[in-house]
Design a protein around this ligand. Structure first.
Ligand code: NFS
Length: 672
């Protein structure tokens, strides 16, 4: 997309709910990220990573063959530095979220945040073991307090190794150990990338990328993993539940509050506040029939998978929600919040409320959230939203919503596959070994207005399902699939290939598993590690027939995720654009270079068909390396619910022929 051409709503989004609102926005002359992406062409020099603005001798825009910056920095150095800085910013965002969760746990454990409780003591005990916190004979609050301290210490640790690195398979740990990639402390690795990429420091692209890798690993196996674990301890480990997605979850006759951002700390309290009978009565006194809470972005994934709070949509739905005219308050905390929300909301009655100490937006109302009196703040926010209800004007809520089954933590997948006593990944490994499931794809990451919203997510997911590939999803990719109906067993199984369908029907799971928010990509690392431990699929994550992808990515966090996944042994594909396109050397280092070091690699591929082809080729190549049978869909589909239904439709004699190859003597006793 080169800008200038104004796209139709259908070219801008694959979501019918978006079409209606984009038409309205055009007619009303209101700008959105979609329209701004059309009129604001991306800078081609910056897009390829070729603009260095790390000192005031520049910015140096390196556009000619062999050109260097004022200081002499080469294209390869500049591109590697820009990439590493983006990884550090992404890792910092995820990890700071993890740190805040650890401080909330500390406050909850020591009675300073009375509105929070330990909801999953079993998870607390399991992470206490990993963090070396004694548990025998101790009160749960004491353990929680020490777990919080141990977690907080992971951020400031100066030497040694982060403790969660030992959750990786033994062979993976050895690779990191030998190459010196195990992070020492989370903050230290972020700081080191910023230092090394300062003017006049590290000027060897491979060496710069090494620092980015260690920093990213500190995110995936550190900050993000802690964020996930502590959120589960405080708010409950997810297990499947039914909920709804898309803008049709907004209610015309109720006060609508949208929670948008990332940390579950505030949103869980707002959920508690909207259930307060006093506030519901107050809403009635203002003419509303109740209070409706819905999420956007990863806050939505957090509250959807734990509490069933409906999702109003993914990243590019944040402005669309305001365009409905039906949102009394959009409450935001950190990350992925567009500054454009404030001027857009000024055309409606919607109040944008910032709540984080770290995020203020000029023109928004700031009500700072403090976990020590969390519920009081949440009530104040809900009351403001109710007060705003009488100011509502005309509304346009698209009548578009889908049911979803969400909440597949790795603990639940383990349980689903074996029950309470025999929970294990054995059935999943066996299904892959046999070829019923060809492999696994993690489709994650953002929307990007420079491509058609949700279209690539939905295309690749459909193709993988057809090819008997189990799909796990997080972040805005998960919401794209949910909106399309892929997270509902029946709908998705219509698309799924015969082997995958048999397994999903037998186990009772959809073929697309919602595994949470973007910090919950750490759950995927855990699943992959447990699959290795289970046996039969090699000795390392890089042996598993699995691929990760973010086909509509836009955020620096996505680059951090891609980097830690590749360094963990995963083949990662990113769509839309390549931030390292300006350097063949860096492009090769991320691909062949990382493959030689880690068995995983990172590639940027814009063509969706090519993304699918390369992913399937990698899965088949991994199958061949493990000496597993070649994938052959024609072998499957002879069992499972669908086959039973088909057989029951057949006349008796034909059913016998299908089942037994002809009439059998005991036919009369067989069910008709
Ligand atoms: Ni991930 Fe989740 Fe969405 Fe992208 Fe933003 S919400 S943290 S960064 S846009 S997937």
């Amino acid at each position: 997309m080169t800008g200038k051409k104004v796209r139709t709503p259908q070219e801008r989004s694959a979501d019918p709910a978006a079409h209606l609102l984009l038409e309205f926005a055009e007619a009303a002359g209101l700008s959105t990220a979609f329209s701004r992406a059309d009129t604001l062409a991306p800078c081609p020099i910056g897009a390829d990573g070729l603009c260095c603005r790390n000192c005031s001798m520049g910015p140096c825009r390196l556009v000619k063959e062999g050109q260097v910056g004022v200081c002499g920095a080469t294209v390869d150095t500049v591109v590697a530095r820009n990439f590493a800085r983006a990884v550090a910013a992404g890792a910092a965002a995820h990890s700071d979220h993890g740190r805040d969760m650890a401080f909330t746990l500390k406050a909850a454990a020591t009675g300073q945040a009375p509105d929070y409780k330990i909801r999953d003591p079993y998870k607390l005990l399991s992470i206490a073991r990993i963090l070396g916190v004694p548990t025998d004979g101790r009160h749960i609050e004491e353990i929680a307090s020490d777990v919080a301290d141990a977690a907080i210490a992971q951020f400031g640790q100066q030497t040694g190794q982060i403790l969660y690195a030992k959750r990786a398979p033994a062979r993976r740990q050895r690779i990191w150990q030998e190459l010196g990639y195990i992070p020492r402390g989370i903050d230290r690795e972020v700081v080191e990338v910023l230092h090394r990429t300062h003017m006049g420091d590290d000027q060897d692209p491979e060496h710069i990328l090494d620092a980015a890798i260690r920093c990213a690993l500190a995110d995936g196996w550190g900050g993000s993993m802690l964020a996930t674990d502590i959120s589960d301890v405080l708010f409950g480990t997810p297990s499947p539940l039914v909920a709804q997605m898309n803008l049709g979850v907004l209610k015309k006759d109720q006060v609508n509050i949208i929670i948008h951002g990332h940390e579950p700390t505030l949103s869980e309290m707002i959920l508690a506040a909207v259930s307060d009978p006093g506030l519901i009565d107050y809403a009635r006194s203002k003419g509303a029939n109740g209070i409706n809470l819905a999420g956007i972005c990863c806050t939505s994934n957090e509250t959807l998978m734990r509490q069933g709070v409906p999702s109003a949509g993914n990243f590019l739905h944040q402005e669309l929600a305001i365009l409905t005219g039906a949102v009394e308050a959009m409450v935001v905390d950190v990350q992925c919040i567009m500054q454009a929300l404030v001027p857009l909301a000024q055309n409606f009655h919607t109040e944008i409320i910032t709540t984080s100490k770290k995020v203020k937006i000029t023109g928004a109302t700031h009500i700072e959230f403090d976990e020590h009196h969390a519920l009081d703040t949440a009530r104040e926010i809900v009351r403001r939203a109710i007060d705003n209800f009488p100011n509502r004007g005309e509304t346009r809520i698209p009548d578009v919503r889908s049911d979803v089954v969400a909440g597949f933590s790795h603990e639940y997948i383990n349980y689903a596959l074996g029950g309470v006593l025999r929970g294990s990944f054995r059935p999943l490994n066996d299904a892959i070994i046999a070829g019923r499931i060809r492999g696994v794809v993690a489709d994650i990451g953002c929307n990007n207005p420079r491509t058609t919203q949700d279209a690539i997510h939905q295309y690749v997911v459909r193709e993988f399902l057809k090819n008997d590939v189990l799909v796990v999803e997080t972040g805005c990719g998960a919401i794209a699939s949910g909106k399309r109906g892929f997270m509902l067993g029946e709908a998705a199984l219509e698309v799924a290939g015969p082997g995958l369908r048999e397994v999903c029907e037998a186990v009772g799971i959809p073929p697309v598993l919602h595994m949470g928010s973007c910090v919950d990509n750490s759950r995927i690392l855990t699943v992959l590690s447990q699959m290795v431990t289970e046996g039969g699929l090699g000795e390392d994550i890089s042996d598993i027939p699995a691929v990760g992808m973010a086909p509509e990515w836009m955020s620096e966090k996505a680059l951090a995720i891609a980097t830690y996944a590749a360094a963990s042994g995963v083949y990662v594909i990113m769509g839309v654009t390549s931030p390292v396109a300006g350097s063949e050397t860096v492009t090769r280092l991320l691909s062949e270079g990382w493959r030689a070091k880690f068995g995983g690699r990172l590639e940027f591929i814009t063509d969706p068909g090519e993304i699918v082809r390369r992913a399937l080729a990698h899965i088949d190549e991994r199958r061949a390396a493990l000496k597993l049978p070649e994938y052959d869909a024609s072998q499957w589909g002879k069992s499972g619910d669908r086959r039973v239904l088909e057989l029951l439709q057949l006349p008796f004699a034909e059913r016998q022929a299908a089942l037994y190859g002809g009439p059998v003597a005991v036919a009369a006793t067989l069910p008709m």
